[in-house]
Design a protein around this ligand. Structure first.
Ligand SMILES: C[S@@+](CC[C@H](N)C(=O)[O-])C[C@H]1O[C@@H](n2cnc3c(N)ncnc32)[C@H](O)[C@@H]1O
Length: 346
C-alpha cells in the first residue's frame, strides 16, 4: 500500500492545536507539510478506508489529499481527477486571523484568481452537497501551490466551501461578536422563539445582543463596559453594568433566561468561576423552574497553553449543568473557542 495524506484546514494560529488533536486521536499518523491555516498528515501504510476524525475542535475541515501541484502547467491533470458529477468546493487556506482581513476580502479570492480554475468552476453546475456525498476541495495554499482534496460531507459540516459560514457583518452590528452568535445559530440550529429571554455575560459593545434582539429576545447583559447606543436604548435590553462576579440576586430579579450567552475577555478558569456565580444566583432564584435550555459559551485562549486544558473546561461546564456539549472553534472565533450546549440541568 502506498502512503495516504490528509489535510486539516484551520484558523491561523491553531496549527499546533490541530496537530495535537489529530495525533491524540490518530497516533498512527505522522505530521507532514504545513502552512498557516493548513496542516497535512501522512499515513504509511495507508488503511483500506480513509481515516475520519471524531468531532475535532480546531480542525475546521478534514479530508484526504488527492493531488497537489506547484506547476500551473500540471493543473489540467489535477482537475481531470475530479469526477464529472462530484460537488466541488474552492477556497483558500486561512491567511488572516478572523477580523484582520483586508477590505473586500473573500475566502476564495486566491483560488478563483487562477484562470484554469475559474474556467473549470464556471463550466460545472454548482451542487450543494448532502450528507454522505464526497466533496472535492480545490485549495489555494500559495502562489503557486494548489491542493486537491476530498472530504465526506456530514451533518457536522456546513454544505459550503471550506466549512465557512459565509456571513457578512451588517453595518448595524456594533461588534464582530454578531458573527459568532449567528454562526453558532447556523451550525447548531437551535429553536428560536420570539419572546424568549437571554442572559449575556460579557455583552459590550453589543454585537451578539444585536443578533438576539433582532430575533425577538429580551436580553439582560452583564458587562462593566458601555453598550453601543442603539443597543443601550433598546427597551428590550437591560444592562447590569458590573463584572459578573459582583452580580447580586437583586440584579437578576425577574431574569429567568432561556439562553445563556457568555463571551468574557478573561482566562477560561476565571470565566467559568464567574459563570458559576451567576448560575448559582439563578438557581437560588428559580430552583427547578429555571428556564435555561441552551448555552452559547465562548472561552478565550488568552494563551495557547490553555488549549491543552480544554477537556477540564468542558468537564467544568458539565458540572455547572450544561449538557449535550459541542465544542468547536468557529470560523469567526479568534484566539478562542466556542461550546454549544443543547440542554441544561436545572
Ligand atoms: C469580546 S468582548 C464581548 C463582545 C460582546 N459579546 C459583543 O457581542 O459585542 C468581551 C467583554 O467581556 C467583558 N468582561 C471582561 N471581564 C468581565 C467580567 N468579569 N464580567 C463581565 N464582563 C466582563 C469586557 O468588558 C468585554 O466587553
Amino acid at each position: 500500500m502506498t502512503p495516504r495524506f490528509y489535510f486539516a484546514a484551520c484558523q491561523v494560529g491553531a496549527e499546533k492545536a490541530v496537530k495535537a488533536e489529530v495525533l491524540a486521536e490518530r497516533p498512527e499518523l505522522r505530521f507532514a507539510f504545513s502552512r498557516p491555516g493548513f496542516v497535512t498528515f501522512k499515513e504509511d501504510p495507508a488503511s483500506i478506508a480513509p481515516l475520519a476524525l471524531n468531532a475535532p475542535l480546531f480542525t475546521r475541515l478534514w479530508g484526504e489529499v488527492v493531488d497537489q501541484t506547484r506547476d500551473p502547467a500540471a493543473l489540467p491533470g489535477l482537475l481531470s481527477r475530479i469526477p464529472p458529477d462530484a460537488p466541488v468546493h474552492a477556497f483558500d487556506r486561512d491567511r488572516f486571523m478572523p477580523g484582520d482581513e483586508h477590505e473586500g476580502y473573500a475566502f476564495d479570492e486566491k483560488i478563483r484568481s487562477i484562470p484554469e480554475i475559474s474556467a473549470f468552476l464556471a463550466q460545472r453546475a454548482a451542487r450543494t452537497p448532502e450528507s454522505g456525498d464526497t466533496v472535492y476541495d480545490l485549495l489555494w495554499i500559495d502562489d503557486f501551490h494548489v491542493f486537491l482534496g476530498r472530504h465526506a460531507q456530514t451533518d457536522r459540516l456546513l454544505p459550503l466551501p471550506g466549512n465557512f459560514p459565509g456571513l457578512t457583518l451588517p453595518p448595524t452590528a456594533p461588534s464582530r461578536a454578531w458573527l459568532k452568535l449567528e454562526e453558532a445559530i447556523l451550525r447548531f440550529k437551535p429553536v428560536v422563539q420570539p419572546g424568549w429571554q437571554a442572559l449575556e455575560i460579557g455583552c459590550a459593545p453589543g454585537g451578539a445582543t444585536t443578533a438576539l434582539l433582532d430575533r425577538g429576545f429580551r436580553v439582560t447583559g452583564i458587562d462593566p463596559q458601555f453598550m453601543a447606543e442603539p443597543v443601550a436604548g433598546n427597551p428590550l435590553f437591560t444592562h447590569i453594568r458590573k463584572p459578573a462576579r459582583y452580580v447580586t440576586r437583586e440584579d437578576l430579579n425577574g431574569v429567568n433566561p432561556d439562553w445563556i450567552v457568555m463571551d468574557m475577555s478573561i482566562p477560561p478558569k476565571d470565566a467559568l468561576g464567574e459563570l458559576s456565580h451567576v448560575l448559582g444566583l439563578l438557581r437560588e432564584l428559580h430552583g427547578k423552574k429555571l428556564a435555561v435550555r441552551r448555552g452559547f459559551l465562548t472561552l478565550k485562549l488568552n494563551d495557547w497553553k490553555y488549549a491543552s486544558e480544554i477537556s477540564f473546561y468542558i468537564k467544568r461546564l458539565g458540572q455547572l449543568g450544561f449538557e449535550n456539549l459541542k465544542p468547536s472553534q468557529l470560523a469567526n472565533n479568534r484566539q478562542e473557542f466556542f461550546v454549544f450546549s443543547g440542554k441544561f440541568r436545572a
